[in-house]
Design a protein around this ligand. Structure first.
Ligand code: SF4
Ligand code: SF4
Length: 223
């Protein structure tokens, strides 16, 4: 899921300067789990904005704020509030804010900073384990991603700075290459550890990414 952090209120208020009527949008998926834009945080933000002199014309926690058609549907259903709003404050990831952008021509303010795609370790503990490189090499590395989990992203490690199983860049974190070694050893696949990997295809994903699954469906239909 997308891990985000709420921006400081001062920054949000600065973005909303000169605008009184605010429509707050939250997200029922990632931003709810990260407690940055769920029902509770949207209600809290409403109270904080009102305290600062704003008028909150509506609040909505979308099922998933990144769903553009759903966002447009919500604004159609709340047309009066959407019309009355001077600005929309979005408590979700940046994708959600841009989804709101598709549903209104008004000022859209992101209320969070999106940080990374994270695994949920336990409640409110998130770890980045994949950085969406577009060419997954996990099978070569005991299903531990060196691109993301090694601070230097090296594909033929370790770097030499490993200290008691910890990373030289951050001694609080495990060295990814020690984890890779231990995992491959337990699988009796240390030959993979000795393999020299060539350069990675860093252009496997072209930004901005786009997939149109309808073309594949049409091909299936034609077959
Ligand atoms: S190699 Fe790492 S960054 Fe790339 S897709 Fe696999 S887990 Fe993600
Ligand atoms: S100590 Fe390990 S995780 Fe840290 S940079 Fe070196 S190889 Fe990567």
């Amino acid at each position: 899921m997308i891990i985000s952090m709420q921006k400081p209120l001062e920054e949000i208020l600065e973005s909303l300067a000169g605008e009184t009527n605010v429509y707050i949008v939250g997200c029922g998926e990632c931003a709810t789990v990260t407690q940055t834009g769920g029902e509770e945080q949207v209600a809290e933000m409403k109270a904080r904005l009102e305290e600062a002199g704003k008028k909150v014309v509506a609040t909505d926690v979308a099922h998933a704020a990144c769903h553009e058609l759903d966002m447009k549907r919500i604004f159609r259903q709340n047309k009066d509030a959407a019309t009355a709003a001077d600005a929309f404050l979005v408590l979700s990831c940046g994708a959600g804010a841009q989804s709101v952008r598709e549903g209104t021509s008004k000022h859209v303010v992101p209320g969070t900073n999106s940080l990374f795609v994270g695994n949920v370790k336990r409640q409110m503990v998130f770890e980045e384990k994949c950085s969406l490189c577009g060419e997954c090499l996990l099978d070569e590395y005991g299903t531990i991603c060196p691109v993301t989990r090694c601070a230097k992203g090296i594909l033929n490690g370790p770097c030499g700075g490993t200290n008691n199983g910890k990373c030289e860049v951050d001694s609080e974190k495990d060295c990814a290459w020690v984890l890779i070694y231990n995992q491959l050893k337990s699988e009796e696949k240390l030959d993979k550890f000795m393999t020299i990997h060539g350069p990675k295809r860093w252009n496997a994903v072209q930004r901005p990414g786009r997939i149109d699954g309808r073309a594949a469906d049409e091909e299936k239909g034609a077959a």
